[in-house]
Design a protein around this ligand. Structure first.
Ligand SMILES: [Zn+2]
Length: 289
């Protein structure tokens, strides 16, 4: 199919290494021919001469791409991640909601053949991560994704719902922190037993911001507090932290750093409000459309 070949060339021209995948052949079957294939249309092809090393042979070389798709014209397209892009792989409505709150903005997005979403970002250096958030996996170094216009076993095609219109956007700091949680500089101000969090990294983010605020230099205390509240506000919006707890922890830290009570309350409220505004802006509306 010409459009698969053309798309493979377009990805390669954008610097993304491409590889040919198997394709679904109807009724859940896969071109690999194994009756028990559990990954129909999703795994790399193998050939002793054309693609001996599977994923590691992913290439931007037009001649190799021509050879692959002239041999297998209906091959699905795999894109190696971790080189020119990483992909946030979202399966569930809960995962989508969490990512909406963390990312914002108009990000390049694919609707997958199974009804999930792939959000393309600049490479982070991180490897693959399962369950980065509930219903959200990360495809980074050493991974790959199935790309449009590949066909899913369901019969649906992968399609762009928002195409990239330039370099892939950088991974937002909130998500980078989830991929490699920052080391915790100071012990929490209260015993961990009193802290309940749905996800460990949200707890780490809270501890990290608590420490940032507590140790901020005098001239930067209020700004640090604002950024901490705004950053944690996105995790609140994603349902990963409790707003009352965030307010409580940040208030203790700001007071310990020497900020006044009224100023502390005002700044925290302002940071949390900014996070909410961002999460319910036009980007979030577009996602849910
Ligand atoms: Zn198969």
């Amino acid at each position: 199919m010409a459009s698969l070949l053309a798309a493979a060339h377009a990805y390669a021209q954008a610097g993304i290494p491409v590889l040919p995948l198997h394709c679904p052949t109807g009724r859940g079957r896969c071109s690999c021919g194994r009756p028990d294939c559990g990954r129909a249309g999703k795994h790399p092809r193998w050939h002793p001469r054309l693609i001996p090393a599977g994923l590691h042979d992913a290439s931007t070389d037009p001649a190799r791409i021509d050879a692959w798709w002239s041999t297998w014209p209906t091959a699905n397209i795999g894109l190696r991640t971790g080189v020119a892009c990483d992909v946030c792989d979202i399966d569930t409505p809960e995962g989508l909601r969490a990512v909406q709150h963390l990312l914002g903005g108009d990000l390049p997005t694919v609707r997958t053949g199974s009804g999930g979403y792939h959000v393309y970002l600049a490479p982070t250096g991180a490897g693959n991560r399962a369950r980065l958030l509930p219903g959200v996996d990360w495809r980074g170094a050493g991974g790959y994704v199935v790309a449009p216009p590949s066909r899913h076993a369901s019969g649906e095609r992968y399609r762009w719902i928002r195409r990239p219109d330039g370099p892939f956007p950088a991974c937002p700091p909130e998500l980078l922190r989830l991929l490699s949680p920052a080391p915790v500089a100071a012990p929490p101000s209260r015993p961990p037993a009193t802290v309940h969090h749905p996800m460990e990294y949200a707890a780490a983010a809270l501890r990290g911001e608590e420490s940032n605020v507590r140790t901020a230099p005098v001239g930067a205390r209020n700004t640090t507090l604002y950024h901490a509240a705004r950053s944690l506000g996105r995790l609140v919006g994603a349902g990963l932290l409790d707003p009352a707890e965030v307010t409580d922890v940040l208030t203790h830290a700001a007071r310990a750093a020497g900020l006044g009570r009224a100023e502390t309350a005002r700044t925290i409220r302002s940071g949390l409000t900014a996070a909410c505004r961002r999460a319910t802006g036009p980007a979030a509306a577009a996602w849910s459309a």
